[in-house]
Write a protein that binds this ligand. Structure first.
Ligand SMILES: Nc1nc2c(c(=O)[nH]1)N[C@H]1C(S)=C(S)[C@@H](COP(=O)(O)O)O[C@H]1N2
Ligand SMILES: [Mo]
Length: 433
């Protein structure tokens, strides 16, 4: 029997009538909101029984650990030989498909991954964490012992400080995944380092902490003790389950808002000292050469940034059509605090309108922004510009260039531009002013 629906006039109509009704409702909606696809009452996809509606489905537990629909097979991380050590995929980076991002949580299987010596597969029974140096009590923790500390869950982005670096001297890739995909956002679960240190006792002379990984790269970075005692964590949970191997299973360092490079994976050792260690990754790398020839060292938090993910070259929807209402959507974030707002420009930065923030607006997290726009079939230079509660605003390419020069590849947060052509195609371009 047909289900009945109440219309605005409050009359009862059959299911078929309902489809006719929607036709007239759509005409109104087209003018005010989105232009829906033309209604085709004879569309076989809606008029006939489907294969899946007339056969038995799979048993409910056919995948004890679920996987995405097979029709989503194209939504994957991607690598580029250009962002690897001479094409070797052990020292490489794979990027998150931002064009397919829903909400602010990246599915764990799509978290961007950076490895300097390949993905380590650590046996949790053999994993140990040593904490020593300028502490009253040295300890070696098993994973079980670590997890006995009270835990917290927090939502934060993680971003490689060279995200977008390939773009710096001009557009390289016609893809949002390659332009900004060295970042993801997750719910992380673990213990605050302060909680452990309250237990061990930090000596007053301790000013720096060395974190060292157990993988072949022995990734090590030094962290100022202020950050350690503020919001630094050792995390073992990601989006409701254990960390993925790629993200440092069974436990990694997590420094909210700071360069992902500092968030040492497959963590093995924390040592407290009175001066920085000047490890390889904080001398030859992860410093910023400025125009004067001097490099900036010890800059950690990632500046406010944003990127439009719809529209983008990967076409999250089909081609833009003249007269269509579209929802311009993007991600904004700041390692210094909370995103306060995002402006959108359609003319390469001459004029700006304010987008709205939607969903959760959290510190050091991705924040979604949105703007409803009627596409008139004219070429656009589409930009977003975020600002945060620390007072920072995203600079233009030229403004950033005067401060940090052109050589450095880290902490690039200049305003990004998509060109929308009169045909509705979206291209990666650079507007400098
Ligand atoms: N032990 C270890 N930790 C590491 C790395 C590594 O190669 N080994 N890469 C670092 C870099 S450069 C980045 S950008 C982040 C990436 O974290 P993800 O792979 O979880 O996204 O991990 C950091 N921590
Ligand atoms: Mo990185």
């Amino acid at each position: 029997m047909d289900k009945t629906f109440k219309t605005e006039e409050s009359t009862s109509v059959s299911r078929r009538d309902f489809f006719k009704k929607t036709a007239s409702i759509s005409a109104v909606a087209a003018a005010s909101l989105l232009a829906p696809a033309a209604l085709n009452a004879d569309d076989p996809a809606i008029m006939h029984h489907t294969k899946w509606g007339t056969t038995l489905g799979d048993e409910c537990n056919y995948h004890p650990y679920g996987v995405p629909s097979k029709y989503e097979h194209n939504i994957v991380r991607r690598t580029s030989a250009l962002m690897s050590s001479a094409g070797d995929m052990h020292a490489a980076i794979s990027m998150t498909p931002l064009y397919a991002q829903k909400g602010i949580i990246t599915p764990s299987g799509l978290h961007f991954t950076r490895t300097h010596n390949g993905v380590a597969h650590v046996d949790p029974n053999e994993w140990r964490l040593m904490i020593h140096g300028l502490v009253e009590k040295t300890i070696v923790l098993t994973l079980d012992q670590l997890k006995k500390y009270p835990n917290e869950s927090v939502i934060h982005f993680l971003e490689c400080p060279s995200n977008g670096a390939a773009e710096w001297k001009g557009p390289q890739f016609n893809s949002v995944q390659f332009v900004r995909g060295m970042m993801s956002c997750s719910e992380w679960t673990g213990v605050r380092l302060k909680t452990i240190l309250d237990d061990l006792g930090l000596k007053p002379t301790a000013k720096w902490m060395l974190a060292e990984g157990s993988d072949g790269s022995e990734m090590s970075r030094t962290v100022p003790v202020e950050k350690v005692l503020d919001d630094a964590m050792i995390v073992w949970g990601q989006n409701g389950e254990a960390l993925r191997d790629e993200q440092g299973y069974p436990a990694r360092l997590f420094l909210p808002g700071w360069e992902a490079n500092l968030c040492v994976k497959w963590l093995k050792r924390l040592e407290f000292g009175d001066k920085p260690w000047y490890a390889k990754e904080e001398t030859s790398k992860y410093t910023a050469l400025t125009a004067s020839g001097k490099a900036i060292q010890h800059f950690y938090a990632l500046e406010t940034n944003s990127i439009i993910i719809a529209p983008c070259p990967e076409k999250p929807w089909t081609d833009l059509k003249k007269g269509e209402m579209i929802e311009i959507e993007g991600l904004a974030w700041s390692g210094y605090g909370t995103v306060r707002g995002v402006d959108i420009s359609f003319d390469g930065g001459k004029n700006w309108v304010e987008a709205s923030l939607k969903g959760l607006v959290l510190p050091k997290s991705w924040t979604k922004f949105s703007y409803m726009y009627k596409y008139e079939g004219k070429p656009l230079l589409l930009q977003s510009r975020s600002y945060d509660d620390s007072g920072d605003v995203q600079p233009t390419v030229n403004q950033e260039k005067t401060v940090v020069g052109v050589e450095g590849v880290y902490h690039r947060n200049a305003i990004h531009t998509w060109e929308v052509t009169a045909k509705g195609e979206v291209n990666n371009v650079q507007v400098r002013s």
